[in-house]
Design a protein around this ligand. Structure first.
Ligand code: SF4
Length: 365
């Protein structure tokens, strides 16, 4: 039977799909390179925004009666599994991120006509990451932690991926070494907030130092939270010849009032100081995420966000319209910025960032 995984969402989801494909290949499944000709399709979903959920749902619906086994896995399965089971009875497997390691068994049972609804949270066993299957020949992602315990009020991640869980430093390093053995010299360390990493006295900077000693060409990491960025991280980035001089540091809003409602744990002044330090010490590329239209965001708040983009001049900025996510604290606040207004603010910032990125590019020529 040929199997295909369609992945929506972030690099963490891409890595989950890769790890899962590796597990399934070891179980004897043939991996289809495209949807055409696949007998089994698993849709690995993202719940961070409503739009991502809608795309995954319509993609899954388009496969009704077209494949032998159909599964919805990942974040949306965890968030809306019961509802999906009711509304899409033709889906055979609905599986949360934590239960993915059991998918080989669920597929076997689906072949016998049994449906699976596995929505539990929990720690993933290390075996999940053990296969040698890689999407790319020269670059690999390595998960250092799953879940998140920060509970930013707009974010569904802690509810769908569970609380912060750390992989042991020795397991992470052994996966990096395995990649080196496969001829891979560029790795990206993945965590919802890499700065939260702290295992038996090894913090994120300590972990990076160990990985920096290995035979790699490039080490990158995402994502860093401004509230607890370690002070020695920038010195290590500056000294190392391998650590990529790239920092993804979401600021989300330029209004302290909105940042406080988002429970982000920093002010715009603190954010600016971090950026100053980063530019002085590392002189690297800077990327960010911004949300427009968070509940109660007034024009004045929005203008502060715009001002932040104008002042900092990020190399890249990913700008999103707020959408209420179930389970989150902000879900219970009134979503009082109209969609038209969100679209207007979104476009203003997109246009602004386009001009900034273009100017930065021109200056570098
Ligand atoms: S740090 Fe905040 S935004 Fe990032 S994953 Fe955790 S809860 Fe979500």
């Amino acid at each position: 039977m040929k199997l295909f995984i369609k992945t929506f969402g972030c690099q963490m989801n891409q890595k989950d799909s890769e790890a899962l494909l590796g597990l399934l290949q070891e179980e004897g499944y043939f991996l289809a390179s495209s949807l055409q000709g696949a007998d089994i399709v698993l849709v690995n979903t993202c719940s961070v925004r409503q739009h991502a959920e809608n795309r995954a749902l319509s993609f899954t619906a388009s496969l009704k009666n077209r494949v032998k086994i159909l599964g919805i896995i990942g974040c949306m399965a965890k968030a809306r599994g019961e509802e999906i089971a009711q509304k899409m009875p033709y889906v055979d497997i609905i599986c949360s991120p934590a239960k993915m390691v059991e998918i080989p068994r669920f597929l076997k049972e689906a072949g016998e006509g049994k449906k699976t609804l596995a929505l539990e949270d929990g720690a993933r066993p290390e075996e999940f990451y053990h296969s040698s299957f890689r999407f790319e020949k020269d670059r690999a992602q390595v998960v250092i932690s799953t879940g998140c315990s920060n509970y930013c009020t707009y974010c569904i991640v802690p509810y769908v991926r569970g609380p912060l869980r750390l992989r042991r430093p020795q397991d992470i390093i052994s996966e990096v070494k395995k990649n080196i053995g496969l001829g891979i010299r560029r790795v990206t360390l993945l965590g919802q907030n890499v700065n939260d990493y702290h295992y038996d006295g090894v913090d994120f900077v300590g972990l990076l130092r160990e990985i920096d000693k290995l035979d790699l060409e490039e080490i990158s990491f995402i994502t860093s939270h401004p509230k607890n960025i370690p002070s020695d991280l920038f010195y290590l980035m500056a000294q190392s010849k391998k650590i990529k001089k790239y920092l993804h540091l979401p600021f989300q809003s330029g209004s302290n009032r909105i940042l406080s409602l988002m429970k982000r744990g920093y002010t715009k002044e603190k954010y600016r100081r971090i950026v100053e330090d980063y530019r002085k010490i590392v002189r690297g590329v800077l990327a960010t995420d911004v949300i427009v239209g968070f509940p109660t965001e007034a024009e004045a708040d929005f203008l502060e966000t715009k001002e932040m983009l104008e002042e900092v001049k990020f190399d890249f900025a990913y700008i999103f319209k707020y959408s209420p996510r179930p389970h989150t604290a902000a879900f219970f606040m009134k979503d009082d910025v109209s969609l038209d207004e969100k679209k207007r603010r979104h476009k203003i910032l997109l246009d602004l960032q386009k001009r900034i990125s273009l100017n930065i590019k021109k200056e570098k020529l």
